[in-house]
Design a protein around this ligand. Sequence first.
Ligand SMILES: [Zn+2]
Length: 143
Amino acid sequence: MQPCELCGKNPAAHTADVEGSTMEVCKGCASFGKIIEQPKVVEKKVKVAAPEQGIVGDFSQLLKQARESKDMTQLDFSKFVAVKESMIHQFETGHLSPSLEQAAKLEKKLGITLVETIEPTKISLASGKEKDLTIGDILELGK
Ligand SMILES: [Zn+2]
């Protein structure tokens, strides 16, 4: 193993572009430049989607039940939760789903659960690139 061209102390582990010139550097010195060729490693990245939030499917029923349990009309209820009466009507009939913000507000006011977290699905990305050294690379390394 040839020594690092920068510090000369550690064995070279990476080929890096250091200020425009290609050098064999150790792991520590690799940070001074841009690594060109990693040791042959197959990377497999697993992208995990962020958990998503959505409105529960039976929100219209939940809202109606919450309102009825308080013995309120849609108008009273709309004042209570500070949402337009026409919207309450749309929510209860299921024609419109509350936004996440609205749902959070309603949850607090009513003590019900309207937002659910949808489990993220794992997406496996085959982005790993396996790069073999070409004759040219080997000649380059030998310099
Ligand atoms: Zn070094």
